[in-house]
Design a protein around this ligand. Structure first.
Ligand code: NAP
Ligand code: 12T
Length: 348
């Protein structure tokens, strides 16, 4: 057993994900020797409480990473591209929550329940997958292991907190404005910086992240490409449709899969998933038990239910997968990766 404590930095500490990182580090009692909270110039000087102690937020600069051993990044892709290599140059291991390095073949893309061993091949940067991808592969991996996997078709019902604190505020204010009969102008969602903005309150918006030339959004392509990389299944057939709903936190997914080997009963899949790591089975239709976004908030697990046999295909199954997008989808998976690094002796 190691008794070492580590010098840790959280980049984007004032954001929706960063705040959950701090909460998770505290809850898990991660062995911290010192903690640096980094942000943009805007929040530098702000005070944040961690474990009852007051910390001052500092601007993220290359020099801020002197002496840091573990850096958890969630301040956007451009910040990671600029500063993750600077942190690595100074001896840190970076766990990056952005899409900047996920598909880089030299960077492990890790969900500990699925491919923890990939951490051994790191070159300083480890990528945390997209939130929607993480919760799906946690549920798919036990099925792949036992029955093989051929095809996945997923539709998501994603929460606004995935798009940051400003998006949460936009949804809340818009809801108030609509209920009060006031005028409003959408400014952030679906994608901050895209040409048009649409109402999110009382709506369902089939765009998360920017459109690609093939008609899929980048969020959909992240789910497709990251799933294949994490599961080491370059030939897996995957399709995704990603939709934003006026839910504050908790992503839900309707997932259809085809296994390699057909014939497993629904009860066999339930038994398999009930004992799989990181999963809570909530599947009892007779008693109206199924996963709900409202119930997953604040919990680290992935919740699975509504498991049904396809009515036409012996190897086809449908299910409903829900998880807290800021925890297993981001902060908890990142801290879990840091815990795995400690466990595997990969943190010097
Ligand atoms: P957010 O609530 O908008 O917070 C953004 C954070 O980044 C704030 O702490 C902000 O600091 C900081 N920041 C912005 N520009 C910066 C700069 N130039 N230098 C240093 N820090 C800067 O957003 P969020 O929801 O926490 O998401 C942050 C990032 O995490 C996203 O852009 C995305 O890349 C990633 N993310 C990943 C997942 C996933 O699927 N795994 C999910 C959500 C988000 P200030 O307080 O100074 O503005
Ligand atoms: N645009 O880091 O808007 O891949 O919900 C995660 C969530 C990007 C990411 C979102 C996004 C990521 C969102």
């Amino acid at each position: 057993m190691t008794t070492a404590n580590y010098h840790v930095a959280v980049v984007g500490a004032t954001g929706a994900v960063g705040q959950q990182m701090l909460k998770t580090l505290e809850e898990r009692q991660f062995p911290i020797a010192s903690l640096k909270l980094l942000s943009s110039k805007r929040s530098a000087g702000k005070k944040v409480t961690f474990k009852g102690e007051e910390y001052t937020v500092e601007e993220a600069t290359p020099e801020a990473f002197e002496g840091v051993q573990v850096a958890l990044f969630s301040a956007g892709g451009s910040v990671s591209k600029a500063l993750a290599p600077e942190a690595v140059k100074r001896g840190a291991i970076v766990v990056d929550n952005t899409s900047a390095f996920r598909m880089d073949p030299t960077v492990p893309l890790v969900v500990p329940e699925v491919n923890e061993a990939d951490l051994k091949d790191h070159n300083g940067i480890i990528a945390n997958p997209n939130c929607s991808t993480i919760q799906m592969v946690v549920a798919l991996e036990p099925i792949r292991e036992k029955y093989g996997l051929k095809k996945v078709i997923v539709s998501t019902y994603q929460a606004v907190s995935g798009a940051g604190l400003e998006a949460i505020e936009e949804m809340k204010q818009q809801t108030r404005d609509i209920l009060d009969g006031k005028e409003f102008t959408p400014q952030i969602l679906p994608v901050s910086g895209d040409k048009k903005h649409y109402q999110i309150a009382f709506n369902a918006v089939p765009q998360i992240d920017l459109f690609q030339d093939n008609g899929y959004t980048f969020e959909e392509m992240k789910m497709i490409n990251e799933t294949k990389k994490i599961m080491h299944m370059a030939n897996l057939e995957v399709a995704a449709t990603c939709v934003r709903l006026p839910v504050e936190t908790g992503h839900s997914e309707s997932v259809y899969i085809e296994t390699e080997q057909g014939g497993a009963s629904v009860q066999e899949l339930k038994d398999l998933l009930a004992q799989a790591p990181g999963i809570t089975l909530q599947d009892d239709p007779a008693n109206q038990v199924y996963p709900l976004a409202s119930e997953c908030v604040g919990k680290n697990d992935v919740f699975v239910g509504r498991i049904r046999h396809d009515l036409n295909r012996d190897n086809g199954y449908h299910m409903w997968i829900v998880s807290d997008n800021l925890l297993k989808g981001a902060a908890w998976n990142s801290v879990q990766i840091a815990e795995s690094l400690v466990k595997l002796g990969l943190l010097s």
